[in-house]
Design a protein around this ligand. Structure first.
Ligand code: 13P
Ligand code: SF4
Length: 319
């Protein structure tokens, strides 16, 4: 406990000394989220992280999250120094969408507008027309569909299926998925709902369609927290990474939050609802990278110039 406190103080001091700002995602360690908030940084979903990083005047940003979040920050602010606690913190969606195969997929369907999820590499974004996050993907596709566009969507098939069902758009889907959200189980969730008929179900759209079908609200991490704040209910069953409970419980101290069932949270797989890559962010590697200014994110400037087009389109649309 004493060691933890010392690390937190050290991080605060280093952030100040280096004029750096900490940007954290809701899935990382709760202490890191608190530090981000206390020191003038932010805790946010992936769209808000991108916007915050772009608009903040600090010359150094420390992104506590996964690699695509650091890369997006760098693409939007090539002159800033972007540090990450662990450069190996990746994402199964990013890993499952290699640029060579994705390019071939796009080239085979030149009549389609390419919309990619934020959880992709800079290379994949450079090949796309639009980027979307879970909070705004539905609205972007709605707009493109209204303009008569056919869409090629990648990489998350669950989010793609959800958007397709909601909009009726013509969407060709890349078959990627998030290994965390893929684990939520509809039959067990339906059983839990029956036992708690007053509870509302909040689901991240990276979850399988059978789980999304049981949701009262489907949304990004920020939208899920907001739903818990604004909905007139006492109990919520939440299908997303368990890191979200930290800020969510602070936001609704009097309400009861329950983890949605996964294949393993009754048996061997205790951390099914915990992203292994988000969990690579710790107080000690955060202090370390700040002190040594290492783990610097770099994006090939030529790729960055192409990738910024689809990110900027999304941010302009979201504005
Ligand atoms: P959000 O945009 O909802 O924060 O999602 C990012 C993510 O990686 C969810 O798994
Ligand atoms: Fe990727 Fe899933 Fe982890 Fe989010 S929770 S970063 S989508 S693996």
């Amino acid at each position: 406990r004493k060691e933890k406190q010392e690390l937190k103080e050290k991080i605060k001091r280093l952030l100040k000394e280096k004029n750096a700002v900490l940007v954290a995602h809701y899935y990382v360690d709760g202490d890191i989220q608190d530090l981000a908030e206390e020191t003038g940084g932010c805790v946010a979903d992936s769209l808000e992280m991108a916007r915050f990083g772009r608009d903040n005047p600090a010359k150094t940003l420390v992104v506590a999250g996964v690699r695509f979040m650091g890369e997006t920050a760098k693409i939007l602010s090539p002159d800033k120094k972007i540090l990450m606690p662990d450069l190996d913190a990746c994402c199964s969606l990013d890993l499952g969408c290699p640029i060579g195969e994705f390019t071939a997929f796009c080239d085979a369907h030149p009549d389609r507008t390419v919309v990619v999820y934020a959880n992709t590499s800079a290379d994949v974004k450079a090949r796309a027309d639009w980027m979307a996050t879970s909070s705004i993907g539905l609205d972007i596709v709605k707009k493109l569909h209204a303009e008569g566009k056919k869409i090629l969507w990648g990489p998350d098939r669950h989010l793609g299926t959800y958007i397709q069902e909601q909009t009726g758009a013509d969407m060709l889907l890349w078959q990627g998925s998030c290994l965390v959200h893929d684990e939520f189980k509809a039959a067990e969730l339906a059983y839990l709902k029956k036992q708690m008929p007053d509870a509302k179900v909040l689901v991240h759209p990276e979850s399988p369609a059978s789980v999304v079908a049981l949701a009262d609200v489907v949304g990004s991490t920020s939208q899920i927290i907001n739903a818990a704040k604004t909905m007139d209910a006492q109990t919520f069953i939440v299908a997303t990474d368990k890191g979200i409970f930290h800020k969510m419980q602070q936001a609704v101290p009097g309400k009861t939050l329950i983890e949605a069932p996964t294949a393993g949270n009754s048996a061997s797989c205790k951390s099914c609802a915990q992203c292994p890559w988000m969990a690579m962010n710790s107080l000690s590697n955060l202090a370390d990278v700040l002190e040594k200014e290492q783990n610097v994110i770099s994006v090939d400037p030529e790729i960055g110039e192409k990738a910024i087009v689809c990110i900027q389109r999304m941010l302009d649309f979201a504005a």
